[in-house]
Design a protein around this ligand. Structure first.
Ligand SMILES: *Cc1c(COP(=O)(O)O)cnc(C)c1O
Length: 700
């Protein structure tokens, strides 16, 4: 079947500017510094207004501005350079690992994808990792296709009231103003899938986002023919009740595979990013039975042979489970068409079918039906083996078949544009020749930029919340662009211990308010809409930030998203992370910060166990697990204060005659050098390809 891409918005542009339209339709621009600058330069004020969305930008640029640009030689030559680079990129070579895939493809399934702030299809770390995975696969030439859901409201925008309480603001996305192409058949009609849901047929259409060389297909149930409730399946990310989740996950797994077939793609292997998509195995089993005439057991084995499963959560509550009767309703049509007992399907998600109360587990289903399974850091691999050992009662701990592939980040996305060139020129040299003066000056500039951005966000918030003029005036001068700056941004989940730093609030205030050597901290993060304890935690921090001794030195900034994350990781001196070990599976924001020269100050958990090398940051607490939370908190807090007082603050303010902190800068460079090769998604995707994708896809 031929597929024509209908693109929502028609963009009327002068001939000379037509390449802008092509560039806007592939999000490659968002990790190319010059391409990003090109869109900004079209109309800088409007660029901010449209939240960095090129489709919307081009849709509303005035006639006069377009004519001026079409006659601007400097702009046109930049446009030509970018467009040529884009075309060369799209036709580039593949790395060895990617080339080993031959003509095979792997399909990557994820409930969220975080690629850019203008595409609200993510909530946090899992989505950002998925987005970075696609970008790296594109860079490397890995033959990957991706599948997800097209959420109409995405995740919420976070407002914080003057009482410190989070409010969720949901805005409906306009897909016609996003780089999304509805997939149509040769007659130009949208392709519509149908799926058996209890007592009805669910319909879904398919959108495509082009991520460099990687296509991302997104399913959308907001179509004529579905009732209101079914239309809302793709309304919200992780929305609503258990029933919504089951509907979403059947759609992602079963519907996702069918969507690929509908656009003419048959993947040779599947990668399940977390258990949400595990129902895809049911579709695989059904196909093996009906198309290849296999019996149920052989069909399960054949499905298993082609799947890779990555687990992300070391906390049981993070693993989706559903009532088995409930899942049964949805699986019944598949059992009927396969001619198997419904219980045979349900048992795939149970550890012990004889235990009548055990719910159906998506992680159990995924582990059962994947040939390879992995955690996302070395320590998390161990934790996951321990957590799921009971599924392999005959294996000892070390031979539980869960390995690890440590996460990474997409360096071109997260490294500040002006560092890119500097790194290319100097990091390859041995010894590294990164010039201290320029490197430090750039860092100071970015810290200043971050402080500016935080002030602007605080002013916007103050106005929206009708704060007093005095209040607005205070936030307009908050923070010091030259002070040692800590960033702390993450979901407000209790295990992240966002309030650990306030365990001895007086001592912490003393450290912050040293007149000659001030320290300041910028905090951001969302709490899940239904997580009241998380919201309480945030409110507690807000209240602390309003006390006079913290007022100038500690801010809680609202609406943590990719844009704020980029400014934070590029502008802070220290990236702080205080999870309750071993509950941080990997963590990736610290990698982003290190790549820009920030020094990590973190508990030895997740990636930092592998990343910490003495001179690239600091380890909070000991390399051990605790049973006693109170003791763990006390020791970790003591370690945090003492590192700040005795090592970090003195080192940062130890200035040479040139005013620069020589030792500190050396460590910044060590941090950059250590993180880039080891913790990039380039290394990560090649590792997945080598170890998992190639064996799964090649095995006939
Ligand atoms: C990187 C990132 C995350 C994940 O960070 P962790 O360190 O894994 O908590 C979450 N949200 C945003 C916006 C990010 O950029």
């Amino acid at each position: 079947m031929s597929v024509t891409n209908r693109f929502g918005a028609e963009l009327p542009l002068p001939e000379a500017l037509l390449p802008l339209r092509d560039l806007a339709r592939n999000i490659w621009w968002c990790w190319d510094t010059e391409a990003t600058a090109l869109f900004r330069d079209v109309d800088p004020a409007r660029w901010d207004e449209v939240r960095h969305n090129p489709v919307r930008l081009l849709d509303g640029v005035g006639e006069d501005r377009l004519c001026a640009l079409a006659a601007d030689d400097l702009f046109l030559s930049a446009l030509k350079r970018v467009y040529d680079r884009f075309k060369a990129y799209m036709n580039g070579d593949a790395t060895q690992a990617a080339a080993d895939m031959g003509d095979k493809t792997v399909a990557y399934f994820s409930a969220e994808f975080g690629m850019h702030e203008s595409l609200p299809l993510y909530s946090g770390g899992l989505g950002i990792l998925a987005g970075d995975h696609l970008k790296a696969a594109s860079d490397l030439g890995t033959p990957l296709i991706a599948v997800g859901l097209a959420y109409h409201f995405g995740y919420f925008h976070q407002h914080i009231g003057l009482d410190g309480r989070q409010r969720e603001d949901y805005r409906r996305s306009d897909f016609s103003m996003m780089p999304m192409a509805l997939q149509c058949d040769e007659t130009g009609a949208p392709i519509v899938l149908s799926l058996d849901y209890p007592g009805r047929t669910l319909l879904a259409q398919i959108w495509k986002i082009q991520v460099g060389r990687i296509p991302l297909y997104l399913l959308d149930t907001d179509v004529d023919g579905n009732d209101e409730e079914d239309r809302a399946i793709t309304a919200h990310l992780y929305g609503g009740t258990e029933d919504t989740r089951v509907r979403q996950e059947i759609l992602l797994g079963v519907g996702g595979l069918r969507a690929l077939t509908a656009v003419g793609l048959e993947p040779d292997a599947c990668h399940l990013n977390e258990g949400h998509s595990a129902f895809l195995a049911v579709e695989q089993i059904q196909r093996h039975m009906t198309d290849d005439g296999m019996d149920f057991k052989s069909a399960c084995a054949a499905a298993r042979a082609r799947n890779v499963f990555t687990t992300h959560t070391p906390v049981p509550a993070g693993n989706d489970v559903f009532q088995r009767d409930h899942v049964g309703e949805y699986l019944r049509p598949y059992a009927d068409s396969m001619g198997v007992d419904l219980n045979d399907l349900i048992n795939l998600g149970l550890v012990d079918p004889a235990d009548g109360r055990e719910p159906f587990g998506m992680t159990v289903l995924a582990l059962r039906l994947s040939r390879f399974a992995n955690g996302v850091s070395e320590l998390h691999g161990e934790v996951a083996r321990d957590m799921w050992q009971f599924l392999w009662p005959d294996s000892d701990l070390d031979s539980v078949p869960i390995e690890h592939v440590t996460n990474g980040v997409h360096m071109p996305t997260w490294i500040a544009g002006e560092l890119d060139g500097m790194y290319c020129e100097h990091l390859a040299n041995d010894p590294v020749t990164l010039p201290h003066d320029v490197f430090w000056a750039e860092h100071e500039r970015r810290r200043g930029h971050l402080v500016q951005m935080v002030r602007e966000r605080m002013i916007r918030q103050a106005r929206r919340e009708h704060a007093s003029a005095e209040e607005e005036d205070t936030v307009a001068r908050i923070l010091d662009p030259h002070a040692l700056t800590i960033g702390f941004a993450r979901r407000f989940a209790p295990y992240k211990r966002a309030t650990l730093m306030f365990r001895d609030a007086e001592r912490f205030a003393r450290i912050l308010n040293d007149i000659d050597r001030p320290l300041q901290i910028i905090i951001a993060g969302k709490a899940h809409p239904r997580n009241e304890p998380g919201k309480d935690l945030m409110q507690e921090i807000w209240n602390i930030s309003c006390q006079p001794e913290f007022r100038q030195r500690l801010v809680l900034v609202e609406n943590y998203d990719i844009d704020l994350a980029r400014h934070l990781v590029q502008g802070v001196d220290i990236w702080l992370n205080t999870p309750r070990r071993p509950l941080e599976a990997s963590g990736t924001s610290g990698m982003k910060a290190a790549a820009n020269g920030a020094l990590n100050l973190s508990v030895l958990d997740g990636w930092w166990c592998e990343g910490y090398e003495k001179n690239n940051g600091w380890a909070i607490g000991a390399n051990r697990n605790y049973n006693d939370h109170e003791k763990q908190d006390a020791e970790d807090a003591e370690s945090l204060y003492s590192l700040l007082e005795n090592e970090i603050v003195p080192l940062f303010y130890d200035r040479g005659d040139d005013g620069r902190p020589t030792e500190w800068i050396k460590r910044m460079i060590e941090a950059v050098e250590a993180v880039i090769p080891q913790f990039s998604t380039a290394r990560m995707v090649d590792e997945y390809t080598d170890r998992f994708y190639v064996p799964c896809a090649m095995d006939d």
